[in-house]
Design a protein around this ligand. Structure first.
Ligand SMILES: C[S@@+](CC[C@H](N)C(=O)[O-])C[C@H]1O[C@@H](n2cnc3c(N)ncnc32)[C@H](O)[C@@H]1O
Length: 264
């Protein structure tokens, strides 16, 4: 069923939104991504872009609770690709960034200053990635994110689990609050405020429920992604957009990868 794209507001995008709830919500998302090994479907397309471009680090934009950096780094290493990750976000989740970088021997580091994906500072060079975050951007902002990478001559890879399909939207409406209530005791670190804002005052389930539904309605199709890439790249980049099965889940991963054309 073709569902028109709707760009409703997401709570976690609002600058006034309490960072404690935003951070607990992005922690939950990160937990689910790692439990269901979402990163596995991303490894091959990302590895191919890294091999082509020979970059040595990834600038992860909109990293939220840390995203799939740890899992991806391990899988890439098994494919003999040693890559350093720099985590960034417009609203950095400092606790999650610290936990993700710990024990990585400097191979995952975090930028604690706010970084807007539409205007990345020039000292952050490397392949830019956005994991489950591209739907946050309206088409004009999404083109700005891609265009900023193009102006800087850096590759960019966008991965989305959100999907504008009833297959995703219906379970999101019916199951998200229940899943959060069940999953919360397993999310580490188990803090009193996670229990408070989940069970006593259920702002985390409400946020994840609303933002989860809105995320599916905001998702871009491969054709839309490719078209935005062509606008941003103006012929100087090669874009590859595809939709692949998401591991053992019934869902799909959608991605767009842009690499600069080699000029001789
Ligand atoms: C769904 S969450 C994070 C997803 C995370 N990459 C993951 O895989 O778990 C989306 C993130 O986008 C961030 N964000 C929203 N607008 C942004 C912008 N203009 N620039 C950078 N980050 C932004 C939010 O702060 C939030 O952490």
């Amino acid at each position: 069923v073709a569902i028109p794209r709707l760009h409703l507001f997401e709570l976690e995008d609002q600058p006034w939104f309490p960072s404690v709830i935003r951070d607990l919500a992005t922690d939950y998302l990160c937990f689910m991504e790692s439990k269901f090994l979402f990163h596995r479907a991303m490894v091959e397309p990302l590895a191919e872009a890294l091999r082509i471009t020979k970059v040595e680090q990834i600038i992860d934009l909109a990293s939220g609770g840390g995203g799939p950096a740890k899992g991806l780094q391990k899988e890439l290493r098994e494919r003999l690709i040693d890559i350093r990750f720099i985590l960034t976000d417009r609203f950095p989740n400092e606790g999650a960034f610290q936990r993700t970088t710990e024990g990585s021997a400097g191979q995952i580091v975090a930028e604690m200053e706010p970084i807007d994906a539409r205007a990345v500072p020039p000292h952050l060079t490397g392949c830019r990635t956005l994991f489950n975050a591209f739907h946050h951007f309206k088409p004009e902002d999404a083109v700005a994110v891609l265009g900023d990478a193009v102006r800087a001559g850096q590759p960019i890879a966008v991965f989305e689990v959100s999907d504008r399909s009833l297959r995703n939207i219906l379970p999101m409406i019916l199951l998200t609050p229940i899943i959060i209530l069940i999953a919360t005791p397993f999310i580490r670190p188990l803090r009193w405020n996670r229990l408070l804002w989940t069970y006593l005052v259920p702002l985390v389930p409400i946020t994840c429920w609303w933002d989860g539904i809105v995320s599916q309605l905001r998702a871009y199709t491969t054709d839309e992604l490719r078209a935005m890439g062509e606008i941003a790249g103006a012929g100087s980049y090669t874009w590859n957009a595809a939709r692949v099965p998401l591991g053992k889940t019934p869902g799909y991963l959608t991605y767009l990868i842009g690499v600069p054309n080699v000029t001789s």
